[in-house]
Design a protein. Sequence first.
Length: 113
Amino acid sequence: VQLQACGGGAVQPGGSLRLSCAAAGNIFSINQMGWYRQAPGKQREFVAYITSANTNYADSVKGRFTISRDNAKNTVSLEMNSLTPQDTAVYYCYFRTRAVVYWGQGTLVTVSS
């Protein structure tokens, strides 16, 4: 099953973007949905995740990013506000079940004036 992420693009500093990710098929018993990102020349880093009980954010995005999920549609979204050039990266979504982690193909976010 593939995950399809969309919503990336180019935005000026201070702007906003909303990323979304959906499964192209059925995935059952998803425990956690989330996002990682990888900036040019850097390692992939955690951004945020959401479970049925809680959400968690990297310190670098707290207060600016909001993660949400639609269980009926098996989608996860990431609302990103007050973007800075340091947020420039390829953003990868994932769905975690008890046995498997599914990854999306990545969507590029570029923050530049």
